[in-house]
Design a protein around this ligand. Sequence first.
Ligand SMILES: Nc1ncnc2c1ncn2[C@@H]1O[C@H](COP(=O)(O)OP(=O)(O)OP(=O)(O)O)[C@@H](O)[C@H]1O
Ligand SMILES: Nc1ncnc2c1ncn2[C@@H]1O[C@H](COP(=O)(O)OP(=O)(O)OP(=O)(O)O)[C@@H](O)[C@H]1O
Ligand SMILES: [Mg+2]
Ligand SMILES: [Mg+2]
Lengths: 256, 256
Amino acid sequence: MAKIIAVALPKGGVGKTTTAVNLAASLAVAEQRTLLIDMDTFGASGLSLGFTNGTIKAGLYEVFNFVAGIQSAIHKTELSFLDIIPINVQSLHAEERLTRLADNRSMLKNFLRAIVHQYDYIILDCPPVLRGLSTNALTAADSVLMPVKSGHFALDAVDKLFTYLEWIREVANKSLQVEGILITMHEPNTRVTDITMRELQAKYRRHMFRTFIPKNISLGEASFYGKAAIMYKVNSRGSVAYLTLAREIIAHAREE
Amino acid sequence: MAKIIAVALPKGGVGKTTTAVNLAASLAVAEQRTLLIDMDTFGASGLSLGFTNGTIKAGLYEVFNFVAGIQSAIHKTELSFLDIIPINVQSLHAEERLTRLADNRSMLKNFLRAIVHQYDYIILDCPPVLRGLSTNALTAADSVLMPVKSGHFALDAVDKLFTYLEWIREVANKSLQVEGILITMHEPNTRVTDITMRELQAKYRRHMFRTFIPKNISLGEASFYGKAAIMYKVNSRGSVAYLTLAREIIAHAREE
Ligand SMILES: Nc1ncnc2c1ncn2[C@@H]1O[C@H](COP(=O)(O)OP(=O)(O)OP(=O)(O)O)[C@@H](O)[C@H]1O
Ligand SMILES: Nc1ncnc2c1ncn2[C@@H]1O[C@H](COP(=O)(O)OP(=O)(O)OP(=O)(O)O)[C@@H](O)[C@H]1O
Ligand SMILES: [Mg+2]
Ligand SMILES: [Mg+2]
């Protein structure tokens, strides 16, 4: 039975996609059967692993429209233990339609029942708003991983998500846990980082991962080449950090 | 008659809020009567200028709910030529309600008629999705300024916005122009920057601003202190870049 982890924060550009892709790849390297699902109509997770409109047979769009079964939306990647379901939104009209279908917040949860036994982990890459597809993801998930980039809006974004989780637990998913708060693009010894760390540790110390993800140029480069960092530069600081995060998450799952 | 500029891109964390706030402040320093409107329910523009829930009389939320007139939502800032309308969304319920009200894409355009003669520029800070409040902004705007951070998703985000602009011109705002593509958080001589620059210049050269915004730590720090960079460290590279951008935009407006 897979553990379903949603990667979410209602703030843009904090490293949600980078984390979803590289955590999924790291779990696969640790021989955990892993499925990555792109829940953002922008399609960044698919792009990050080299899936462009021409190479996608079917995606979440076709599944939510009942045009294709979920099995046929699963694509193999170059890592044997990593599969992906891209989103496959190719027009404004398709985006509008998928957003409306996602108003039924249990869609994803219902579709995943058919495949949840094929994987050890399912990772959901969420868009930066707490509606529609993000609500679908949080309704289906066992836990939420919150990537946070240091800055003025970090604490507000985390506060907002915790408030939203309380509502989700009430109306749709009472056992939803917090997987953890992950510091991304970490640049130590700056005033911005120091203030953010103080704010987050004062309020959310017990939810913080021990692993930090450093600011590392090869994480950005790897995405251009359609690869997870581990397949682009295995010994880069970014790759090593995501492998460490995967080990921390696997150890935590084993304790439960 | 104010020029209305929407700051938008369907990608998170590219510097939309930082650009909206610091461009508005720079226009004010150049003694242009300027109004900044926060169109993102997250409320980042308001936070960046030190407006917290306690200090807001009324915001866009009250205006769209016909609870307050637009004049009473206008707040003075420490810059005499800069006013702000914060969003003032204080709960999940309020966010949901405002998002639904924004389904009427002409709301903002109609409210702005009453105040458009009081300003030289109105700057709209948009959320990272092309729906709801962003559609309101693009329906009301004269032009769109696109902040772009170098990276794999930059070109896709710009392509997507250009497609959306064509639709907006057809259904809601036929004279909507492109103000320009602004490179933000610029770190020269990296592979990621070189690839992105090549991609953007090949396709959108004539829309690129001459001004680049460098990666500059004081832009992030200023926000923590509730100030535009110009009021925090006037001679920082970030402040100087946004002053230069303001001059470029003023010169462009004078040519029209
Ligand atoms: N640790 C890191 N070091 C350097 N660059 C990074 C790191 N993590 C992410 N990036 C870069 O920062 C940008 C934003 O990251 P990403 O797209 O993963 O954020 P996101 O939260 O998914 O954004 P969105 O809100 O648009 O979905 C990307 O260009 C990415 O390559
Ligand atoms: N030129 C810059 N140099 C350094 N840091 C910057 C720069 N521009 C923006 N930042 C920082 O990057 C982060 C993202 O910027 P910002 O919040 O303005 O982006 P955004 O596009 O408005 O994000 P969202 O999609 O969530 O609305 C912030 O922490 C901000 O302080
Ligand atoms: Mg993303
Ligand atoms: Mg913003």
